[in-house]
Design a protein around this ligand. Structure first.
Ligand code: SAM
Length: 384
């Protein structure tokens, strides 16, 4: 990987020093605490230190950053749902990144929402989003409102979250003869390292709720993750949805695949300058750190929160169901067709984003069929 410049290394060292101080004071740090600091420690964490860059200049490229095909498909699904919601509906986007999806949705939607709420905890990212959205017409721009916590007022509408759940801190565990030990972070010979500790009550409780749903017992030494923050986070972000649809898109698996015997070192993945690696202790604060999403857990949480699981598929199925491939065929000239074909391939091919990324459609008070899940609908894969 390319070595970061000295001023960035200095920032990462400041974050490491804070982590080391916390470990010296309180002992080994549970991994979810480490991940929270690596991503959100004020002024230093990856999402809040103001260094975050998007697209080719950044560390990874998300689907809305590839072009407009993804946004066009999402807009088709939203337009279909909004048609059932009446004129006064709200769109809540969670974790809007560069603002590219917000910009494209507002421009593409046939019936734009009365309000486009952006729930974005990162102040530097809110500034980047405002720049991206500055070029919209006044009529569209004035519908946008930024929030740092979920809206209090209930609304009829649509919630969209692309690549947000993977950023929620996860607990990491290692199986022993007596069940899971919690993996915490310690310092050994001037480096962060893993150390097993007794599982916290939250890990034990989360483990109890999934252990019986796994097709095979996990062998001793098996390491993986559980997102114990998911239920509380999901409840707060979806509670204001009175009637409508939530679309959540992310890399992940149904539970039976998440905890496959061969995935014995878990699903953590780090991104730095378009290189993926699996060591979360490398340059915290400069490196994106995420875990794949257990979509069975998302579905169970949704049901516990009073939503219905209306559809589940992979990104490829979602795009094909919404005829996104036709965007390529309808290009005006060969050069555009070639560019769009490349974009579609990256989004939809199984070896690229097409299979790794999943889309889940959740509804409340709304039982209209969702076209995005018609081709290759895979709800059955969520069952434990
Ligand atoms: C990987 S980026 C994805 C950005 C954008 N959705 C996209 O697809 O390009 C993750 C986004 O989620 C936001 N985020 C991280 N944790 C969050 C949380 N707990 N609640 C809401 N947003 C969060 C980040 O600040 C960032 O905007």
């Amino acid at each position: 990987m390319p070595e970061p410049p000295e001023e960035l290394l200095a920032l990462s060292r400041s974050l490491c020093n804070k982590m080391v101080d916390a470990i010296s004071t309180s002992g080994p740090m549970p991994f979810d605490h480490y991940m929270r600091m690596a991503l959100y420690e004020p002024g230093l964490g990856y999402y809040v230190n103001g260094l975050h860059k998007f697209g080719q200049a950044g560390d990874f490229v998300t689907a809305p950053e590839q072009g407009r095909i993804f946004a066009t498909a999402v807009a088709r699904q939203i337009d279909e749902a909004a048609g059932q919601l009446g004129h006064d509906w709200t769109l809540l986007e969670i974790g809007a990144g560069s603002g590219a999806l917000a910009r494209d949705l507002l421009e593409i939607l046939g019936q734009p929402p009365s309000r486009y709420l952006i729930l974005e905890p990162s102040a530097p990212l809110r500034e980047i989003q405002a720049e991206t959205l500055a070029g919209l017409s006044d009529n569209l721009r004035t519908r946008i409102e930024w929030l740092s916590s979920p809206p209090e007022e209930p609304f009829d509408g649509v919630i969209v979250a692309n690549e947000v759940i993977d950023a929620l801190p996860v607990k990491r565990f290692e199986m022993t003869d007596d069940g899971p030990a919690e993996l915490a972070v310690t310092v050994a010979e001037d480096r962060f390292d893993w150390t097993p500790v007794a599982p916290s009550p939250r890990l034990e409780q989360a483990w109890q709720s999934i252990a019986n749903t796994l097709p095979h017992p996990l062998p001793v030494g098996y390491r993986s993750e559980i997102c114990v923050d998911l239920p509380a986070w999901f409840d707060t972000v979806t509670r204001p949805l009175k009637r409508g649809l939530a679309l959540m898109i992310d890399y992940g698996y149904p539970r039976a695949e998440y905890y496959l015997p061969e995935r014995s070192d878990g699903t953590l993945v780090c991104h730095y300058r378009h290189r993926a690696h699996f060591d979360p202790f490398v340059w915290p604060g400069l490196t994106d750190l995420s875990a794949f999403v257990d979509f069975t857990a998302v579905a169970e949480t949704a049901v516990d929160c009073g939503l219905e699981v209306a559809g589940f598929t992979n990104q490829s199925g979602f795009l094909l169901s919404l005829d996104a491939h036709e965007i390529v065929e309808q290009a005006d000239d060969d050069a555009t067709r070639l560019r769009l074909a490349g974009e579609f391939k990256r989004l939809a091919m199984p070896g690229e984003m097409g299979e790794r990324f999943k889309v889940i459609g959740l509804t409340r008070g709304f039982d209209w069929p969702l076209s995005g899940f018609e081709v290759m609908g895979q709800l059955h894969r969520l069952e434990g």
